[in-house]
Design a protein around this ligand. Structure first.
Ligand code: LCS
Length: 395
């Protein structure tokens, strides 16, 4: 595909692979090799010196992985991207590649548990300080930045509170103090939001979720808006060694082709599930960006192309009622992860966010009664029917 940026999102998914195949193969081949032969000693030296373009060693680069990196960079409107072994390898590459001892990070109190633990318990050992605030409230971000702040890190919608941070306002604030804005865009995928268009410097994804979409691999990717940031990220990936594997990249490329239609379908389902939950007498509250009751409904309209497929809710009977619900679903899977074709239900306080201390969890709005629901592409009447029969079990 020539000039891929001129085409629509779904056409880019199907026809732009970031790989030119000399045999005309319709899909990207798996280059399952750890190393690449050089034509001569000079050729090898030139490749390592960067004088000549060429593949040398799969941790440094591989054609299958490169195809995925080029495609996701296009979809996210970035200059280039780096694919990694997991979403957490993406998060750690961002921290390790872009922060120095003495730097300060402002992050969201409701980020994915491990993204917080990594800053508080590990980056702190290397002299990186961090403050966690509700980044959906820009005044809290303003109050938290210091002259040492070099990174503002947001997740929007946040996992699992579904709070939405204003990307443009966070970017302007970060830039005013010389910091970068990093956006974990996992919950939207590039189909629903492109944070670089709103001023973000770096975007990352747990590829495990929507981009792959089939619950069969773990992976991550980091997209940079500009070349200088990209080269720092690639350097960190190469040296820390969190690279993706070619077979993993192949599966992601395959899953990615249907991102648009998967989200369209799951989002239609999610709208109906959210309405069902909101009108159910046993449900205390529902947080879904497509419901007018969501506190940042208007902001979601501005920076998201749709409300997505993730719903958080709480039952009137609190955790006990939530447990009964999770123990009684028959079709929906009681499992962590999200963004796949299958509907998943989980309890953040005891599962995905259990390593975050209780006080910090509650301050972030991750209450014991919060249940997270990732809506899949099944028949919506079956999802609602399953929830309905499980809700009936609650006394
Ligand atoms: N960022 C977000 C927003 C996530 O939800 C996750 C994982 C990660 C980063 C890390 O990605 P991973 O290394 O797992 O690919 N979230 C999970 C969740 O909510 N349930 O299980 C994992």
């Amino acid at each position: 595909m020539e000039n891929p940026e001129k085409y629509g999102f779904n056409s880019q998914l199907i026809h732009y692979s970031g790989h030119h195949d000399s045999y005309g193969a319709a899909t990207v081949p798996i280059y399952q090799t750890s190393t690449f032969g050089f034509a001569s000693a000079q050729d090898g030296a030139d490749c390592f010196a960067g004088i000549k373009q060429g593949y040398m060693y799969t941790r440094i680069g591989n054609p299958t992985i490169r195809a995925l990196e080029r495609q996701v960079a296009l979809l996210e409107h970035g200059c280039d991207s780096v694919a990694l072994a997991s979403g957490m390898a993406a998060v750690s590459t961002v921290y390790l590649g872009l922060l120095n001892a003495g730097d300060h990070v402002v992050s969201s109190s409701a980020v994915y548990g491990a993204s917080r633990v990594l800053l508080e318990q590990h980056m702190a050992r290397f002299g990186v300080d961090s403050t966690f605030v509700n980044t959906a409230d820009i005044e809290q971000v303003k109050a938290a930045v210091t002259p040492k702040t070099r990174m503002v890190y947001i997740e929007t919608p946040a996992n699992p509170t579904m709070e939405i941070s204003d990307i443009r306002a966070c970017a302007e604030l970060a830039h005013s103090v010389g910091a970068l804005l990093v956006v974990d865009n996992t919950f939207c995928s590039p189909y629903l939001s492109n944070p670089i268009d709103f001023g973000a410097d770096v975007v990352l994804h747990s590829i495990t979720k929507f981009i792959n979409g089939h619950a069969d691999i773990v992976g991550g990717i980091v997209i940079a808006g500009k070349e200088d940031v990209y080269s720092k990220l690639r350097n960190a990936m190469i040296n820390f060694g969190g690279n993706m594997d070619p077979h993993q990249a192949y599966l992601v490329i395959r899953g990615l082709k249907t991102l648009g239609i998967r989200i369209d379908r799951a989002q239609d389902n999610a709208r109906k599930v959210a309405e069902f939950l909101a009108s159910h007498p046993k449900v205390e509250w529902v947080k879904y960006p497509g419901l007018k009751t969501h506190p940042q409904y208007d902001l979601a309209q501005k920076q998201m192309k749709g409300p997505g497929t993730m719903i958080s809710f709480s039952l009137k009977g609190g955790l006990e009622a939530g447990r009964t619900l999770m123990d009684n679903v028959k079709m929906c899977i009681l499992a962590v992860s999200l963004g796949g074709v299958e509907t998943l239900i989980q309890h953040p306080a005891s599962m995905t966010h259990s390593k975050v201390p209780q006080e910090a969890r509650e301050k972030a709005g991750i209450t014991d009664g919060l249940v997270r629901f990732s809506v899949g592409i099944e028949n919506v009447e079956d999802i609602i029917g399953d929830l309905s029969q499980a809700l009936e079990k609650i006394r």
